[in-house]
Design a protein around this ligand. Sequence first.
Ligand code: SF4
Length: 403
Amino acid sequence: MHHSKCSRRGFFKLTGASAAAGLCGPLLAGGQPAAAASEPLEVPTRPFGKSGMDASILSLGGMFDIARNHLMLKQALQWGVTYWDTADCYRYGIGSEKGFGKFFSRYPESRERVFLVTKSDERSPKGMSKLLDRSLDRLQTDYIDLYFIHAVRSIDELDDDTRAWAEKRKAEGKIRLFGFSTHSNMENCLLAAAKLGWIDGIMMTYNFRLMHTDRMRRAVDACTAAGIGLTAMKTQGGGQVKTDSDTELELAGRFVKRGFTDAQARLKAVWENPQIASICSQMPNMSLLMSNAAAAADQLSLSKIETDLMQAYAGETASAYCAGCVDLCESAVGAALPVGDVMRALMYCRSYGDRDRARELFAQIPAGARRQIAMTDFTAAERRCPQKLAIGRLMREAVDELA
Ligand code: SF4
C-alpha cells in the first residue's frame, strides 16, 4: 500500500479550515482545487480479489445528484478515489447514472481511470439485459467494470441462468466482472457465493459491529480463499447512538488526541482488515469526500486498545443496530413482513438523517404488509434477535415516522 506525501494531520487541519470557511472559494481558485494542487494526496489501491484489477480503498457511492456535482468527481479522481459506484435504481437513478455519463462524455479520458460499478434490481436474464443496456446508455460507456445484482437476500436468487448470462456479457465485453450486493443475511450469502466459483465481487454490509463475529470472519475467509473481491458498505455501523457510555467518552478522548473523527475511525477499523478491498461510502458533499479521503490516505492505524474499545462500544450499543440477519426474525413473524427493510429505512432516517430515502424505501414495502405491522405480535421475533432489538416498538415507530 502506498501513502500520501502530505502529512495526514496537516491535511485534516486543512479540511477542517476549508469546511469552516465554506468549501467552494479556496477550492475553486484558478479552476483547480487549491488543496489538491498544493498538497498532493493519494488514496491507496488494493487488489480486487483475484480479478487482476486494483481498486481504490475508498469508493465514491453515487446515491446523490451526480450531474450537479461534477467538481466532486474531478476532485475524487485527483485524490485517487477511482472506484465509483452507482445503480439503475438509486433515488437519483437517472441523475446518478446519467450524471456519471455526462462526466465521462465531458472528460472522456477519465473513463478508463475509473473502476465503474452499477447494479440491476432485475434477476431474470431478460430483465438484466434490459437494465444493463440502459445503464450503458445512461453512463455513456461501452463497458461496466463490475456489474452487481442488487440487494441479494439469498444465494437462491442466482442460478445457472445467471451464470450463463454473466459469462455471455463478459464475452461481449459489456461487463468485466460480475457479482452482487447484499445487506440481508450477508454471512450466508458470502459463504454460499464462495462455493459457486463464478462470483468475482461482492459488496456487503460490514463494519466494526459485524466484522469480529465468528460468522462474518468465516464468511470473509471463505470469499478470500475463493478470490472474491470484497467491498464494505454501511461502514458507520448505523451512525451515532445516544448512550451515556464511558467507553464512548474514552474513545472520543483518544480519537481527538490522534486527530481522528469517530467517523474516520470507523472507516479505519474496516481498512484494518486487508481482506476488504474497498469501502463504498456515500459522499454527497465535498466535506465528506475530504474527510474520508484524508482517512484513507494517511498512515495511521487504530491501536489495539482503540480496536478493543470499539468492540466494547459495539457490544454496549448492540440493541440500537440491526445486523441484517433477517432469516432469523422474518421467519418468526408468521406473516410476510420485511422486518429488515423497515429497520433499514429507520436507520436511514434516524442515523443518517436521510428522511427522503427512508420514506422512499418504506413506501416500497407492499401496502398490505405496512398495514399488517400494527396488528402483528413480534414477541417470537424479538426472542430470536441476536441484537435484542425491540422489534415490535421499532416497527410501529417506523409506521408513525415514515408512512
Ligand atoms: S431485527 Fe434482529 S433478527 Fe431481525 S435482522 Fe435485525 S438484528 Fe437480525
